[in-house]
Design a protein around this ligand. Structure first.
Ligand code: GUN
Length: 282
């Protein structure tokens, strides 16, 4: 069965639209998200465009800020600092990766935890590790939401996450663990990757290599979640999973495009609405 992230995300956006309308009635202003894009990375430009479009569809006001590739550390920091103090802005997102000359950690540190709608700051990562309520990174949160909405059980299952990034792999592993899966995290130094993957009831691929997960690495009946956004040999968008071959073995599988990607945006919007509701209540 193919997991339809596109339709699920559209459904979530229309649910959020009701909440943003309620918010506006209660507080006399819109939910606001600031999106900061620094430089000319084409993939980042596409992601940011999708995020701004998602805001429109969910009734969120977006504030787009574009800085040139040559922006200085101080320009980036002072922009984020101003957004942190702006009462119309409930969430701040700095699109990654940043140009190499910038210190990303230092810029992200200017985002207060309550406006950190990406769930990247130490406070939010710590809360996830402690299983306390906080903002959770959008991509892994979107994966959990797909599993929940498709009623795919997680507790007691063997979950294997391939990739250990701060943005996806690590928070994904923690979320699956918090949902009572038995979790293995694999990475570039893992020995016998194929054997590890073959044990998975739920396999999450977050490696960033086109068609890296092949059919011989997947157990019959496994749930396969593809977080990749790669280009194949013809320059066509594809995921980390060799979809055509793996589809035949998987019980559930997410396509690329149309799987996890739209869910990442939907969860960003959801995190923003939640941040606004908390922020105005406080
Ligand atoms: N770059 C790739 N994924 C993400 C994400 O989820 N958030 C941000 N800010 N940058 C990204």
């Amino acid at each position: 069965m193919i997991i339809d992230g596109k339709t699920t995300a559209a459904c979530i956006r229309s649910e959020l639209k009701l909440r943003t309308a309620e918010f506006e009635k209660a507080y006399g202003k819109k939910v606001g998200l600031a999106v900061v894009l620094i430089g000319n990375d084409p993939a980042s430009q596409t992601y940011v465009r999708n995020k701004i479009k998602g805001c429109e569809e969910a009734g969120i006001r977006s504030f787009a800020h574009y800085l040139p590739e040559t922006a200085t550390q101080e320009q980036a920091r002072s922009l984020v600092r101003a957004l942190a103090e702006d009462g119309a802005v409930h969430g701040i997102l700095v699109q990654l990766p940043l140009p190499a000359h910038l210190n990303a950690a230092e810029i992200l540190a200017e985002i207060p935890a309550e406006k950190d709608v990406d769930g990247f700051c130490a406070e939010n990562v710590g809360k996830l590790a402690l299983r306390e309520s906080g903002t959770i990174a959008c991509t892994p949160l979107g994966v959990m939401e797909l599993l929940r909405r498709y009623r795919i059980p997680v507790a007691g299952k063997r979950a294997v996450v391939v990739g250990r990034s701060n943005i996806v792999g690590k928070p994904m592993a923690m979320l699956l663990l918090n949902a009572d899966a038995t979790v293995t995290v694999c990475h570039s130094r893992t020995r016998d990757l194929k054997e590890e993957c073959l044990r998975a009831d739920i396999l999450v691929a977050a490696v960033g290599k086109a068609k890296f997960i092949t059919a011989d690495m997947v157990k019959e009946g496994a749930v396969v979640i593809d977080v990749g956004m790669d280009r194949d040999e013809n320059g066509k968008l594809c995921g980390d999973v060799d979809f055509c071959a793996v589809e035949k073995k998987a019980s559930y599988i997410t396509p690329v495009p149309g799987g996890v990607g739209p869910m990442t945006v939907a969860m960003l919007l959801s995190n923003t609405v939640a941040a606004a509701e908390r922020g105005e209540k406080a």
